[in-house]
Design a protein around this ligand. Structure first.
Ligand code: CP3
Length: 343
């Protein structure tokens, strides 16, 4: 059997046409997603309902034939499994009980206990490994420790990750211990996802761009490297995609420093620059700006072609630079895929 295209790119092969998938490809821009979410009741109930979570994961595969399906879940399910309350405010985003003191950290559930509540996620993966077309790669994921910590410390999303930086400055020992705790739990969580059928895992470090210098090394590079080393010991050959979003110069050497098989690029870096400085170390993924999925037109086609061309001399997986937004037009997604595949 010929290997799946995404796995070939991740093993370093330069393909004539890059495989393609999209962050948040199961999402509110799709009417069928909105219908299933309404059936589930709310977003978290959808995440914990294996049949419906598998259904929404499959919807964009049926509609567009993407080369990968990403597990439908959320990075905040892990801190919830560690014992912190999580809820979503309509129109505003996630809210969680904060974790900022040594006592609150000590009160978190042990890392091994995450499986108690995350079993439905593993079941979603088992369903997907049975139901996906044979050419489609199944991707599991987790948040990287720094990004998960920013939500645990602030209790919500923040523009500048201020509360997490403040705790790091005031009590570096507690902050570092929180990062360690998330790191350990993430290893167990991703390992269980792989056992349940994930063929690739991705670490989302959405707020990596706000770490600089030694902090970037200590809290973006090192925890990612530790997770990847542990996963590779337990599951030799499992490819890992790392997404240190808005890392800028930090992208250079990130794959070598962490052991990642692929670095996902946000759209703040130019494809030509990244081809020269990042792709030289291996596979890259990205990096079309999500706004093109809203605005479409010739600019979408031109920019898609320019990215494909810039990365055509090395291993590349086509993707957006961040998640597709609810305002996107499903027709533009089709146009993007047709353009990548040579239309
Ligand atoms: O890519 C995928 O489709 C896989 C599923 C997935 C979701 N969230 C579903 C989701 C993945 C990989 C994530 C990751 C995630 N979640 C990140 C890292 C990536 C990034 O976007 O930076 C973060 C920071 C979160 C936390 C989170 N979840 C926020 C801040 C929000 C609110 C913002 C929003 O878009 O509404 C969510 C909700 C969320 N996660 C939705 C989806 C489809 C929207 C929920 C809905 O249907 O209302």
């Amino acid at each position: 059997m010929t290997q799946k295209l995404i796995l070939r790119a991740l093993s370093g092969e330069t393909l004539p046409t890059p495989p393609v998938w999209m962050m948040r490809q199961a999402g509110r821009y799709l009417p069928e997603y909105r219908a299933t979410r309404a059936q589930a009741g709310d977003f978290l109930s959808l995440c914990y309902n294996p049949e419906l979570a598998a259904e929404v994961t499959l919807q964009p595969i049926r509609r567009y034939g993407f080369d990968a399906a990403i597990l439908f879940a959320d990075i905040l399910l892990l801190p919830q499994a560690l014992g912190r309350k999580l809820w979503f405010e309509t129109g505003e985003g996630p809210r969680m009980e904060t974790t900022t003191t040594a006592a609150e950290l000590a009160a978190l559930r042990p890392a091994e206990a995450v499986h108690d509540t995350l079993n439905p996620v593993y079941e979603t993966l088992r369903i997907l490994s049975r139901e996906l077309p044979r050419e489609t790669t199944l991707i599991g994921f987790a948040g990287a420790p720094w990004t998960v910590a920013t939500y645990m410390i602030a209790g919500r999303g923040t523009k500048d990750q201020g509360p997490a930086h403040a705790l790091k400055a005031a009590d570096r020992a507690t902050f570092a211990a929180l990062i360690d705790k998330i790191t350990e739990a993430t290893i167990l969580y991703l390992s269980a996802q792989i056992q349940a059928g994930a063929e690739v895992v991705k670490l989302f470090d959405s707020w990596a761009g706000s770490l600089k210098g030694q902090d970037f090394t200590d809290f973006a590079v090192k925890p990612t490297a530790r997770i990847i080393a542990a996963l590779k010991r337990r599951h030799p050959g499992i490819p890992v995609i790392a997404f240190p979003r808005e890392a800028g110069q930090g992208y250079v050497g990130f794959a070598r420093a962490t052991g990642a098989d692929c670095v996902a690029l946000d759209n703040s870096v130019s494809a030509d620059w990244a081809a020269e400085h990042v792709q030289k170390d291996g596979c890259v993924q990205g990096n079309l700006a999500p706004h093109h999925m809203v605005t479409g037109g010739q600019a979408l086609v031109d920019e898609t072609r320019a990215i494909v061309k810039a990365f055509s001399h090395g291993p590349h997986i086509f993707n957006l630079g961040h998640g597709i937004t609810p305002e996107a037009d499903p027709e533009n997604v089709k146009r993007m895929i047709d353009t990548v595949r040579g239309g």
